[in-house]
Write a protein that binds this ligand. Structure first.
Ligand code: DAH
Length: 351
């Protein structure tokens, strides 16, 4: 009975997008449009927040099914027609030579970068969990990179975030935590209305690194920020475990160990049982059975205060994880440098 009720509710809520609009989404996908980015598809996620808890799972499953269907439809879309008498695009020619008519490259010749695809997948999971998705900035300032995160001037932990700076003091951010102060400040109204602040930030970050198979100067991070009443480390662990089990599509064990970040107290390193060998030990986890994946903790009271939140009333958790590492573990990719290499042999495996 309860199941029947949940299905009926799901159908009613899916009607937020009536059958005609669903058909419209399908035919746009068939024509090759990436409708997952459309306002109509994203609006389906906004409904989640309004649903009673017991209906969320069934609704999420229905939206996920629709997502898979749309992905399939756009994958089997006819490639854009090529103007055969024009010949191939000459990338060395002056712009005007190629410009007589806008020419779409045959979709068979290109595909979405795996980092973009996986970031979209991660965003969908967090969206289904009720998080808003925000993109981080690729140029920032000292205030957001350090001051708002409880690194006063001359704090020794600043050395851990060695990145690039313009002559006038702007910074290529070394982590997506630069967005924490902004996303909290912009949503103080949520707290006044008795709602939590739940945001996932995705973006590109930069470090002055010695490059090797595990270190890149430019990579991506997913940051999470959650602030509300009575928020605990238990909520942090459950949130990350739920995400990771959904992303790797299997049950996982998780482990936290104490660590230090100036912007969280307490701070942890978060590990998961190796999704490849299920904790037995293999080359992915260096025979450990565990993989240290990300940094996290309870947001430091000074960080909350600086964003206008009273730490006596509210608490919150935050985390930051490297997207390349997440994806490398999913597909057994042995070298982080493949992602920016532009090698077709690598990229074509993700078509
Ligand atoms: N920003 C940290 C880094 O890149 C990762 C991190 C740790 C982010 C703890 C957080 C956090 O939000 O709470 O090393």
């Amino acid at each position: 009975m309860l199941i029947l009720y949940a299905i009926c509710c799901t159908i009613v809520y899916m009607n937020e997008l009536d059958p005609k609009s669903l058909e419209d989404l399908r035919s746009r996908a068939r024509a090759g449009e990436n409708v997952l980015r459309s306002a109509e598809f994203r609006a389906l996620f906004d409904v989640i927040k309004t649903l009673p808890a017991e209906q969320k799972a069934a609704y999420g499953e229905a939206v996920n099914k629709l997502r898979q269907e749309l992905v399939q439809l756009s994958r089997s879309a006819e490639p854009a027609s090529q103007d055969s008498d024009k010949g191939p695009l000459d990338v060395t020619a002056p712009i005007s030579t190629n410009q007589s008519a806008p020419q779409l490259l045959n979709t068979e010749n290109g595909s979405q970068h795996p980092i973009t695809t996986e970031l979209e997948r991660a965003s969908e999971i967090f969206e289904l969990m009720g998080f808003e998705i925000v993109e981080s900035r690729q140029i920032d300032d000292d205030y957001h990179m350090f001051e708002t995160l409880n690194f006063p001037a001359d704090h020794p932990a600043r050395d851990d975030y060695d990145t690039f700076m313009t002559e006038d003091g702007l910074i290529a951010p070394a982590h997506t935590s630069t967005m924490q102060n902004r996303v909290i400040k912009e949503r103080l109204k949520n707290l006044e209305n008795g709602e939590p602040i739940a945001v996932m930030v995705a973006g590109r970050v930069f470090r002055n690194e010695d490059l090797d198979a595990r270190h890149e100067h430019t990579f991506h991070q997913i940051e999470g920020v959650y602030v509300g009443k009575n928020v605990t480390v238990g909520n942090l662990i459950a949130t990350l475990k739920t995400f990771l089990e959904s992303y790797y599509e299997q049950e996982l064990k998780t482990r936290i160990t104490p660590f230090y970040f100036p912007f969280t107290e307490p701070s942890f390193e978060f590990s998961l049982s190796c999704p490849f060998c299920k904790g037995e030990g293999c080359h992915i986890c260096s025979q450990e059975g565990w993989i240290e994946l990300l940094g996290c903790g309870m947001i430091h009271p000074n960080v909350l205060k600086e964003a206008g939140v009273d730490p006596e009333v509210y608490t919150g958790f935050a985390w930051g994880m490297g997207v390349e590492r997440l994806v490398m573990m999913k597909y057994d990719i042995d070298d982080i440098r493949h992602f920016n290499s532009g090698k077709l042999a690598f990229l074509r495996q993700f078509k």
